[in-house]
Design a protein around this ligand. Structure first.
Ligand SMILES: [Zn+2]
Length: 179
């Protein structure tokens, strides 16, 4: 975890994010900055669907796309919409530790049994479903994945500022990442 940069003071914010909606996000969430509702979205936030985290942000501040592992590879049209129609110029990609998308294969049995038991699928369909999609959504390491996603998206949207961030479940704080 040596690549994480905590934000416990506004001076901790990296220069490239200072006075941007990414810096604002860090101030609202980590530093308890006073919040007033925004007129329109300032930022697109991509974050994991995991239930263990929520952000402290003002009303109307952000478009939010939640997916397993904060993986936006299959949400590109929605990203494009937030940029084109929504007019956002900043994206925060928020990974978190203990993510269920890491080492998905270890949950294969549970996934299949659960889909049969809870979802009403038959065994064969559930197995096929897992095998068809798990490799698309599995990530090896949260930190490396979010950094590589940020790099990929910077190439795709060269005029947009994109910050990979990490949410640590133990303290519910956002951390910057030294790239
Ligand atoms: Zn997750």
């Amino acid at each position: 975890m040596e690549r994480l940069i905590p934000v416990s003071d506004q001076f901790d914010i990296l220069s490239e994010y200072k006075n941007t909606p990414i810096g604002d996000l860090l101030c609202y969430h980590n530093l308890g900055k006073f919040m007033s509702p925004e007129e329109k979205a300032k930022i697109l936030i991509g974050m994991c669907m995991d239930n263990r985290k929520h952000l402290r942000i003002p009303d109307n501040f952000a478009f939010i796309i939640r997916t397993g592992g904060a993986n936006l590879r299959y949400s590109e049209f929605k990203v494009s919409y937030a940029i084109s129609v929504g007019g956002v110029k900043h994206i925060a990609l928020i990974a978190h530790n203990h993510c269920g998308m890491v080492n998905l294969n270890s949950n294969k049995k549970l996934f299949i049994e659960g889909l049969v038991e809870n979802g009403g699928w038959n065994q064969q369909e559930a197995l096929k479903h897992f095998e068809q999609y798990s490799s698309k959504f599995e990530i090896v390491n949260e930190l490396d994945f979010v950094v590589s996603e940020a790099k990929r998206m910077r190439k795709r949207y060269p005029k947009i500022t994109i910050a990979p961030l990490m949410y640590i479940l133990e303290d519910n704080k956002l951390y910057q990442i030294e790239e």
